[in-house]
Design a protein around this ligand. Structure first.
Ligand code: GLU
Length: 443
């Protein structure tokens, strides 16, 4: 049995019930054949066995009291996956679906994504099954304070630096930062995605969405294409979706859809982003309100954005939101490029179809790396006790995304899979971490 198959079997035996984690691990390991054959030291150093096993996984009780005085208990997680190339780094997801499998898949992806940025950050992820939807500010504060009252002991600016993810934005990061500071009496860059007044970085809010479009544009450019004049379908309406739409529009594209957990909008004239920002960022409302801003738009609670014919699709909502049938519809409607803004939004059969049909496909760990890359730039600014201009951060982000594209394209070609950026991103991300692990000995 090959080394990769052996380790996949071991993963199945040990993590049988963790579907999302197994999906992410299988995709990465199956990409690595060329590089594993070339580097026998990876086997002798048990690199694969070690890279699929987190350094540690922390699970804890998060009790909090709601506005009616009723006590609740959620479960908190932090998976510190790998710190071979830098402190653990990755977001905190607050969503009722959160469980160990989801946090492990996200933490595993983060190892390779963070490596691809070229910056010194390891992989980690955390969160809770707490549902922030419909909660008051005071309830959010209660939860965040309780969550950080346990988590703080595992963090540090050179140890583990969490950030936002689904359900965690500037408000939650602020409450958690305040709690960390209160308990430790230490003012350090222990979280990223902070507000600007207390150490946040300009362009961090925009970074994941902008980065997604920068990388996708670079991928299109290599084939003599661009966003200009293209019709773009986007899912999601959170931070990633909003700023992906903004940058795509800046580059001359027309964005016609967005979605949230209850429905999706189609605006053939092009989405009114100011309206979306007001609904989502100011009112924390639902997309069903969009029709009152744009009476000619459509609001749907059934079907999917992927049925709308488009040139470019940008899934920016959540994992496994685009399946094989959706991919077949997109291909039938002649989609030319797909860039993943969310983490693992395409199912394995969807990815396979895109690649086999010659659709340009930018996988999440490359395409959405702009967020965490800019978090690393926030860490640098905090260490220097300086704040860089928007232009400086944005131009570094742009360069990072271009580099990621060229590194993954080069790795794909070097190992005989030209234009398969799934394999290219996995190899390029893996190699740096694997070499660092070899250098540091079997730990
Ligand atoms: N949650 C984001 C991601 O999936 C950002 C993580 C960070 O900034 O640390 O990469």
């Amino acid at each position: 049995m090959s080394y990769i198959k052996e380790v996949l079997k071991e993963i199945e035996g040990r993590n049988g019930e963790q579907a999302e984690f197994k999906q992410a691990a299988t995709e990465v390991l199956e990409s690595l054949e060329g590089v594993i054959n070339e580097h026998p030291e990876y086997r002798t150093n048990a690199i694969l066995e070690r890279i699929v096993e987190p350094d540690r996984q922390i699970m804890f009780r998060v009790p909090w009291i709601d506005d009616k005085g009723v006590a609740h208990v959620n479960r908190g997680f932090r998976v510190q996956f790998n710190n071979a190339i830098g402190p653990y780094k990755g977001g905190l997801r607050l969503h009722p679906s959160v469980n160990l499998s989801i946090i492990k898949f996200l933490g595993f992806e983060q190892i390779f994504k963070n490596s691809l940025t070229g910056l010194p950050i390891g992989g980690g992820k955390g969160g809770s099954d707490f549902d922030p939807k419909g909660k008051s500010d005071r309830e959010i504060f209660e939860f965040c304070r309780s969550f950080m009252t346990e988590l703080y002991r595992h963090l540090g600016a050179d140890i583990d630096v969490p950030a936002g993810d689904i359900g965690t934005g500037a408000r939650e990061i602020g409450y958690m930062y305040g709690t960390y500071k209160k308990i430790t009496n230490s003012y350090e860059g222990v979280l990223t995605g902070k507000s600007l007044q207390y150490g946040g970085s300009l362009a961090r809010t925009e970074a994941t969405g902008y980065g997604l479009v920068y990388l996708t544009e670079e991928m299109l450019k290599a084939k003599g294409q661009s966003f200009n004049g293209k019709k773009v379908v986007i899912s999601g309406s959170g931070n990633v979706a909003i700023y992906a739409a903004e940058k795509a529009m800046n580059l001359g594209a027309k964005v016609v859809t967005m979605s949230d957990s209850t429905g999706w909008i189609l605006d053939e004239a092009g989405i009114d982003l100011a309206a979306i920002k007001e609904i989502k960022e100011v009112k924390r409302g639902r997309l069903s309100e969009y029709k009152s801003y744009r009476p000619k738009s459509e609001y749907h609670t059934s079907g999917r954005v992927w049925q709308v014919p488009c040139d470019i699709a940008l899934p920016c909502a959540t994992q496994n939101e685009l399946n094989g049938d959706d991919a077949a519809t997109l291909v039938k409607n002649k989609v030319t490029a797909v860039g993943e803004g969310a983490n693992m939004p395409s199912t394995p059969d969807a990815m396979e179809l895109f690649v086999s049909k010659g659709v340009l496909f930018a996988p999440a760990k490359a395409a959405n790396a702009g967020g965490v890359a800019t978090s690393a730039l926030e860490m640098s600014q905090n260490s220097q006790r300086l704040s860089w201009t928007f232009e400086k951060v944005d131009s570094k982000l742009h360069d990072i995304m271009k580099n990621i594209y060229h590194n993954m394209a080069a790795a794909a070609e070097q190992y005989g899979h030209k234009d398969n950026f799934i394999i290219g991103a996995n190899i390029a991300g893996f190699k740096k971490v694997a070499d660092a692990m070899v250098a540091q000995g079997i730990q």
